[in-house]
Design a protein around this ligand. Sequence first.
Ligand SMILES: Cc1cc2nc3c(=O)[nH]c(=O)nc-3n(C[C@H](O)[C@H](O)[C@H](O)COP(=O)(O)OP(=O)(O)OC[C@H]3O[C@@H](n4cnc5c(N)ncnc54)[C@H](O)[C@@H]3O)c2cc1C
Length: 127
Amino acid sequence: MEKSNTHHNSSKHIVILGGGFAGIEVLKTLQKKFHNDSRVEITLVSKDNFLLFTPMLPEIASGMIETRHVVTTVRSFCKHANFYEANIELIDLNSKQINITHAIGRQSQPIDWRKHTLKYDYLVIAL
Ligand SMILES: Cc1cc2nc3c(=O)[nH]c(=O)nc-3n(C[C@H](O)[C@H](O)[C@H](O)COP(=O)(O)OP(=O)(O)OC[C@H]3O[C@@H](n4cnc5c(N)ncnc54)[C@H](O)[C@@H]3O)c2cc1C
């Protein structure tokens, strides 16, 4: 299924690729700046639905803390943004669009895959 999003002429779509430290930091900054501006739509795409706090991974390995203490769901940061848990397959800078696929069912055991095309006006690459 191909789907592309449509926007009013005056509205701008910012797409952020990657939900790591860089992508989430950009997301927070842009949400703060544009949260009252309905002409700006923000979308974050990442294949993981969690942010991993890597500096504390050694404590996980040594059993000092539990895994759930170093992961935060990406959706909890998306207060004024859309989120796609998906693989970025293609970035087309000329036509300003990206192709993504996301799993139907469990990410680990998907029963099917869906393709989407996202159009953007501004792109943040933080993969
Ligand atoms: C064990 C460990 C300890 C560390 N400790 C420190 C520390 O103490 N201090 C410090 O400053 N740094 C530390 N780092 C480094 C730090 O984690 C990285 O510099 C930082 O995570 C990079 O952030 P990023 O957002 O650029 O990339 P990432 O955190 O790698 O995020 C990229 C995101 O993009 C997603 N992605 C990638 N490709 C695709 C694709 N094709 N489609 C969809 N999504 C995709 C990934 O799933 C990920 O969510 C540590 C790293 C490790 C591994």
